[in-house]
Design a protein around this ligand. Structure first.
Ligand SMILES: Nc1c(NC[C@H](O)[C@H](O)[C@H](O)CO)[nH]c(=O)[nH]c1=O
Ligand SMILES: CC(=O)[C@@H](O)COP(=O)(O)O
Length: 164
């Protein structure tokens, strides 16, 4: 597969703008915390690497990925942020529960983004097993948290670029 040929976090092909002027929220699910913790480290360090100020990054934790939607809604409704990053790890179990959570979160964070007209980044791993998740949280396929941070920075720049 194409994924096996590259790191998903290789951004050498794009120019990432400075994040210094922007305020970010990060919402981290506590399910599969070893994975989501690595995603958080990737996202947080990437924001700082691209110029974001520590005082401009607000982090909250939620129990599971399903709660990322309400966490993002609460954060955007209470703070003036330029973008929000949702980090989670959903791993397939024995039942259809996986599909319900993944679809709920993907659709939910999209609705929150539209409701607040603010970028909400889907930094949620949806994997068949733990190894696939570890490979994408600082492993051989990069770090989805870094990817989400770069996406947040680029999206945060849209309104300023349109003088909005
Ligand atoms: N199985 C996983 C869950 N399940 C918990 C849900 O996200 C939610 O907290 C619960 O249904 C109560 O509303 N969450 C994950 O993030 N990852 C999983 O693999
Ligand atoms: C994604 C889940 O909720 C899943 O890990 C729960 O496992 P199971 O489907 O075996 O109950």
């Amino acid at each position: 597969m194409a994924t096996s040929l590259k790191s998903l976090s290789d951004f050498s092909h794009i120019e990432v703008p400075s994040a210094e002027a922007y305020k970010f929220g990060i919402i981290v699910s506590q399910w599969n915390a070893a994975v989501t913790g690595a995603l958080y480290e990737g996202a947080y360090s990437s924001l700082l690497k691209h110029g974001a100020l520590e005082e401009n990054i607000t982090t909250i934790k939620v129990p599971g990925s399903f709660e990322l939607t309400s966490g993002a809604d609460i954060l955007l409704g209470s703070k003036n942020l330029d973008a929000v990053i949702c980090l989670g790890c959903v791993i397939q179990g024995e039942t259809p529960h996986f599909g319900f959570i993944c679809n709920a979160v993907a659709n939910g964070v999209t609705k929150v983004s539209i409701k607040h007209t603010k970028p909400v980044i889907f930094g949620v791993l949806t994997t068949d097993n733990l190894q696939q998740a570890l490979d994408r949280a600082g492993g051989k396929h990069g770090n989805k948290g870094e990817e989400a941070a770069v996406t947040a920075i680029m999206m945060a720049g849209i309104k300023p670029s349109l003088n909005l």
